[in-house]
Design a protein around this ligand. Structure first.
Ligand SMILES: [Ca+2]
Ligand SMILES: [Ca+2]
Ligand SMILES: [Ca+2]
Ligand SMILES: [Ca+2]
Length: 236
């Protein structure tokens, strides 16, 4: 490659997104293959420009969080992401300069979005994807080897950066003690908690006055039908 060609690639990547789609794959990154940059021809210390993930390329594209509108294909899907909410999950695509944990780190997938406005992010699935845009892939307790020894993985909600199983809402505790569940408010006994009866955030209604064995109850009896209120162990 001539010096002129290399300058074209470098400048056009930054400004226009490439010097033509030589392999016709629509990639926003400069194409490689037979017309790719030969690292041996670059100035000392220079690195070749990244390539897209489309067909016809020979260099591997390493997926990163996509930045919309910068004419660079960070997530290797063959094109730059348009700004806005392209996948309709309610969170706009990351723009250059954004806090990448607070914008949609993949605006082409509706099952990937960060916590927003008090609502949780997408559940972190064991799928090799950073579903909740926190910069970590498959860190949930369900996916984490560090939680494998627990009798119940609901005692934790993720693994720390060192791989140790933890309940993030109960700092310093590590996994919740046996018999407790890691909820948004910390470690909870869902067998007895009125506000988390049977599961996190499952509050008993006024038809009950206690939680026993994970079931809402009125005194020694089942919870009252919805038209009644439980008072002093009786439905009234
Ligand atoms: Ca979105
Ligand atoms: Ca998304
Ligand atoms: Ca994550
Ligand atoms: Ca995941």
């Amino acid at each position: 490659m001539t010096t002129t060609r290399w300058l074209c690639v470098a400048v056009m990547v930054a400004v226009l997104g490439g010097c033509g789609d030589d392999d016709d794959d629509g990639g926003a990154r400069p194409d490689s293959g037979s017309s790719g940059v030969d690292a041996s021809t670059l100035p000392d210390g220079a690195t070749p420009p990244p390539t897209d993930g489309g067909g016809g390329t020979t260099d591997a594209c390493v997926p990163m969080i996509e930045i919309c509108g910068d004419r660079i294909d960070q997530n290797c899907n063959g094109r730059d992401q348009a700004c806005g909410d392209n996948d309709g999950d309610g969170i706009e695509a990351c723009r250059a300069g954004d806090d990448l944990t607070r914008c949609d780190c993949d605006d082409s997938r509706a099952d990937v979005y960060p916590p927003f406005n008090g609502l949780p992010g997408a559940p972190e699935l064991c799928d090799g994807v950073d579903n909740d845009c926190n910069g970590r892939i498959d860190e949930s307790a369900e996916c984490c080897d560090g939680c494998a020894s627990l009798d119940n993985r609901r005692r934790a909600d993720w693994c720390n950066l060192d791989g140790v199983c933890d309940c993030s809402t109960a700092p310093g505790v590590g996994p919740c003690p046996a018999g407790q569940t890691c909820c948004a408010v910390g470690c909870v006994d869902t067998q007895t908690s009125f506000d988390h009866c049977g599961a996190c955030n499952t509050r008993c209604t006024t038809g009950a006055d206690r939680c026993v064995g994970g079931d809402c109850r009125c005194g020694a009896n089942a919870a009252c039908d919805f038209v009644y209120t439980c008072s002093s162990g009786s439905c009234n």
